[in-house]
Design a protein around this ligand. Structure first.
Ligand code: NAX
Length: 328
């Protein structure tokens, strides 16, 4: 049996982690032969620490053969020590009356400390995925702290948006989900994101040849995906958890498995596809080696696509402006 992979998860007593941790422990991330050690971080506050102990007790009771250890801690240095993957899920929720700018600054500070700790103590091969919102900008903040790890190791999750869009498209076209490919989310994980239907395929055919209802593609699809999080909160009284955990599994698996399959992740922008240099924007990627992506080059967007990318880029640039002091 191979040596265990160390997976650090922050926000480990939260609702996404509650769906995520059993799936990692049963082999959903790295396969049925790969043991894992879970290194779980929560804030140094009695209630979440107690809840974290409860999560660890339940993981014990699942008797997962691949789970070779659980570390529960309130120390980032302990959680990230020798970690091969750091899944940064924990963040403060937006409170009543809280401005987006306050959320950006409050949560941004978390990612300074965690970015520094990861850079100091994580494995040399470590990969970091940011889920805690606003995830693109938090990822930029964490990566800005890294001196040892290259910024390409830091990615943020837009896979939930891709999965949401794929399901809407499959339903509209009346095809199984497996028929939908090359569907990519551009930009921010926020309602400004752009679901690029124009370059997607259905059973290998260009999507616009199959779904010809352009009002649905340009408006209904974009709004449904962009506002899906709010729809779930309204229906469930709590934000997406199982689907977010599932998307994180998809993100890490896709990024771990070399393939020509195109998927969406938010990565450092060198100035491609109309995005400003230095922000983290979702773009099409393929996985070239385990944990390593390459941005798919040469996709040309029409006026509608360019307009949508400009909107989401402007929002990301605005977020960066608000956290300038956290990027030094
Ligand atoms: P919960 O509030 O259930 O759990 C968050 C947990 O993080 C809490 O237990 C809290 O104590 C902990 N935490 C806060 N600060 C921490 C820190 N500095 N170190 C370690 N732990 C810390 O939220 P949950 O529903 O699990 O969502 C977690 C984050 O994911 C939120 O920021 C949420 O907005 C974000 N999401 C991102 C998505 C995406 O697609 N990128 C989709 C789902 C989700 O909305």
């Amino acid at each position: 049996m191979p040596a265990p992979i160390r997976v650090a998860v922050t926000g480990a007593a939260g609702q996404i982690a509650y769906s995520l941790l059993p799936r990692i422990a049963r082999g959903d991330l790295f396969g049925a032969d790969q043991p894992v050690i879970l290194q779980l971080l929560e804030v140094p506050v009695e209630k979440p620490q107690q809840a974290l102990r409860g999560v660890a007790l339940e993981l014990d009771d699942c008797a997962f053969p691949l789970l070779h250890g659980i570390v529960c801690t309130d120390s980032a240095e302990v959680a990230f020590a020798d970690a091969d993957w750091c899944l940064l899920v924990g963040a403060k929720p937006r409170g009543p009356g809280m401005e987006r700018a306050d959320l950006l600054k409050d949560n941004g500070k978390i990612f300074i400390g965690q970015g520094q700790a990861i850079d100091r103590v994580a494995s040399a091969a470590c990969r970091v995925v940011v889920v805690g919102n606003p995830c693109n900008t938090n990822c930029m903040i964490a990566a800005a702290q890294a001196k040892r790890l290259p910024r390409e190791r830091f990615t943020a999750m837009t896979r939930l948006d891709q999965n949401r869009a794929a399901t809407q498209i499959a339903k509209k076209a009346g095809v199984p989900l497996t028929a939908v490919s090359d569907l990519v989310i551009y930009g921010n994980h926020s309602p400004t994101m752009f679901s690029d239907f124009a370059h997607a395929r259905i059973n290998g055919r260009p999507l616009p040849d199959v779904i010809t209802d352009s009002a649905w593609l340009q408006t209904t699809l974009q709004t449904t995906v962009g506002k899906r999080g709010a729809e779930i909160i309204a229906a469930r009284g709590a934000s997406s958890a199982a689907s977010a955990a599932n998307a994180l599994i998809d993100h890490v698996r896709a990024l771990s498995t070399p393939s020509s399959a195109v998927h969406s992740i938010a990565v450092h922008s060198p100035g491609h596809y109309g995005f400003a240099e230095g922000i983290w924007a979702s773009v099409p990627v393929v996985t070239t080696a385990p944990g390593t992506y390459a941005v798919v080059p040469g996709i040309t967007h029409d006026e509608f696509g360019r307009g949508r990318i400009k909107i989401t880029n402007d929002e990301l640039v605005g977020e960066r402006d608000l956290v300038q002091d956290l990027l030094r």
